[in-house]
Design a binder for this molecule. Structure first.
Ligand SMILES: Nc1ncnc2c1ncn2[C@@H]1O[C@H](COP(=O)(O)OP(=O)(O)OP(=O)(O)O)[C@@H](O)[C@H]1O
Ligand SMILES: [Mg+2]
Length: 299
């Protein structure tokens, strides 16, 4: 079981057509045909969107994504046109809204990995490969890879897991030229971001990009390099051989799997509401990630 504990009712705003409720974001189209993405404070863990929100999370992640788009701007054009909420939107949308160019999306989750964990580790344990790419013997959970790899996945519906696919499969689906562009752009952006994060004491273990075409131009879309689309690990606690502490969600995971929550992850039951101390500690981690990465103070 997974999905929403409580599926939210989207807010209606005059002039906007609601398109989609994601795990975390609401997607609209405005009268100019642009996309309006609004990041909520929802948080997911263990495949559930939890019934408790993390105050400011949507704003922190939106601002972080904007900062990263800027850091990558000389490598990749991005889809952001503006950040002004439309007239008539709730005041709460300020800081969490991105007005974006509507692109012809490439239906591939473009993942780059510099470290082995998650679905990569699962595949490696069976075949010594990730997305069909051969890797050396002896790697463990959290090992740094000899070089970053492109490990694409196909997009799954809410509650399903994305499925890793080989590069050859991507080339079959989108064409060899586009596949090569996706791989090149993904690895270039990951490598840039990993170096920036590392200088700031954060290991960017892996990350997912989504791309679309604006005419002939490949443009990076969606959100980039946020804790929702990436694995960030505190560099000073990185230790291969076991699961690394998650920079942002560790308090949530630890509490949900503790006796105190009374929740059994393997049951069909939805997870309970988070207590205030877990909410506060988690909010502080998002703010810390933002502040460490950008070198600015969250306000
Ligand atoms: N510039 C763009 N043009 C067109 N579609 C876009 C653009 N940027 C992002 N998208 C799409 O908008 C959608 C954003 O939805 P969102 O990520 O919130 O939900 P989701 O992908 O269904 O679920 P999840 O919460 O698991 O990510 C995605 O389908 C993404 O591919
Ligand atoms: Mg998404």
């Amino acid at each position: 079981m997974s999905g929403f504990v409580e599926k939210p009712e989207p807010i209606q705003v005059p002039g906007l057509v609601h398109l989609h409720t994601g795990k975390v974001r609401e997607l609209y189209r405005n009268e100019a045909g642009e996309l309006v993405m609004v990041a909520s404070d929802r948080i997911s863990a263990y495949d559930w969107v939890l019934p408790t929100e993390i105050p400011d999370k949507g704003r922190v992640l939106t601002q972080l994504s904007l900062w990263w788009f800027d850091q990558l701007a000389d490598l990749l054009p991005h889809h952001v046109l503006g950040t002004e909420p439309p007239a008539g939107a709730p005041a709460d949308w300020a800081g969490r809204t991105l007005v974006c160019k509507s692109l012809d999306m490439v239906p591939v989750e473009c993942v780059a990995r510099g470290y082995l964990t998650g679905s990569g580790l699962t595949e490696y344990a069976e075949t010594r490969t990730v997305c069909g790419l051969a890797l050396p013997e002896g790697l463990v959970d959290g090992s740094e890879l000899p070089a970053p790899i492109f490990t694409p996945a196909t997009k799954a519906a809410v509650g399903e897991h994305d499925e890793n696919v080989s590069y050859e499969e991507v080339a079959r689906q989108v064409g060899a030229e586009t596949a090569a562009q996706l791989r090149q752009a993904t690895l270039a952006a990951y490598s840039r971001a990993r170096n920036i994060a590392r200088e700031r004491g954060i290991v960017l273990a892996d990350t997912k990009f989504e791309f679309g075409f604006d005419g002939e131009t490949l443009v990076v879309a969606d959100e980039v390099l946020t804790p929702d689309s990436s694995r960030f690990w505190p560099a000073d606690r990185w230790e291969p051989g076991h699961a690394q502490p998650s920079y942002d969600k560790q308090f949530v995971r630890d509490w949900l799997t503790s006796a105190e929550s009374g929740w059994d992850r393997r049951s069909e039951q939805p997870p309970p509401a988070l207590p205030q101390h877990v909410v506060d500690a988690t909010r502080a981690k998002y703010v810390e990630a933002y502040e460490r990465l950008t070198g600015t103070t969250w306000s």
